[in-house]
Design a protein around this ligand. Structure first.
Ligand SMILES: CC(C)(COP(=O)(O)OP(=O)(O)OC[C@H]1O[C@@H](n2cnc3c(N)ncnc32)[C@H](O)[C@@H]1OP(=O)(O)O)[C@@H](O)C(=O)NCCC(=O)NCCS
Length: 218
């Protein structure tokens, strides 16, 4: 627990009574950011009951007793050309309520989850995202270890963090992410009807994301 200028911040496991609030915050944080609308609140909803969910790494962050963000982890793996499979973990969605960005809450949440993943003995975290979001925690392009995306290519936004010395040495191959992330936008549309109406818009952040998602690590 951190108390700073009379604000109390606490990271703890998600409880069933947090679920609706967590989905609302996720929706607010991702809405129109990477696509018109978003699917991430549906992802959170599905991850909790999916076989790849790692519940001991699902956290919420509280600010003065109110839930203001969350992070979810799923099982992933690296499949080597010789057929070996190496277990890894992946986080996402991670989000903080938009009005509270850049106040260190995401850092507190992500750092706590990384420490827990290490303590629980996981090998490495593999993620997709903006390098500027994750380099502060030590993530670097997975190309460094010869770990490629399923299409065999190395992208700038595909990053890894080994959780102990040498954890990814000799672990080259392609990543296999959980199929829970393959959400159909039509399902998200239906799921979204359970939330207050919100306008879908095309905006610049989506174009920036689309470009970034194609950027290779060369
Ligand atoms: C990503 C997210 C969880 C970060 O939470 P946050 O509370 O704003 O992050 P913090 O204030 O703890 O920032 C920690 C560090 O991350 C980096 N960072 C975070 N947001 C950044 C941004 N928009 N641009 C550049 N760097 C950023 C910075 O290094 C920052 O440290 P600094 O503020 O001292 O420079 C939050 O912005 C969010 O919910 N975004 C919308 C959903 C999303 O994009 N999730 C990630 C999907 S890949």
């Amino acid at each position: 627990m951190i108390a700073d200028q009379a604000i109390t911040v606490r990271v703890r496991r998600e409880r069933s009574e947090d679920e609706r609030r967590v989905e609302e915050i996720t929706r607010d944080a991702f809405w129109n950011l990477y696509a018109p609308g978003c699917v991430e609140h549906l992802l959170v909803h599905r991850i909790r009951t999916h076989r790849d969910c790692i519940p001991e790494l699902s956290f919420v962050i509280e600010r003065d007793g109110a839930v203001v963000g969350s992070i979810f982890y799923t099982a992933s793996k690296v499949r080597s050309p010789d057929g070996w499979e190496h277990d890894t973990v992946t986080f996402g969605p991670v989000s903080i309520a938009p009005q509270l960005h850049r106040q260190g809450l995401g850092r507190a949440l992500i750092t706590h989850s990384i420490d827990e993943a290490r303590r629980l003995g996981h090998r490495a975290i593999l993620i997709l995202g903006y390098p500027h979001h994750y380099e502060p925690y030590g993530f670097i392009g997975a190309k460094r270890w010869g770990i490629a995306m399923p299409d065999g290519r190395y992208y700038r936004g595909f990053m890894a963090l080994p959780l102990f010395d040498g954890a990814l040495d000799g672990v080259a191959g392609t990543v296999v992410f959980s199929d829970v992330y393959d959400a159909d936008p039509a399902d998200a549309e239906v799921f979204d009807r359970g939330f207050p109406p919100k306008e879908k818009k095309v905006q610049e952040s989506q174009r920036i994301f689309e470009r970034a998602a194609q950027e290779l690590n060369e």
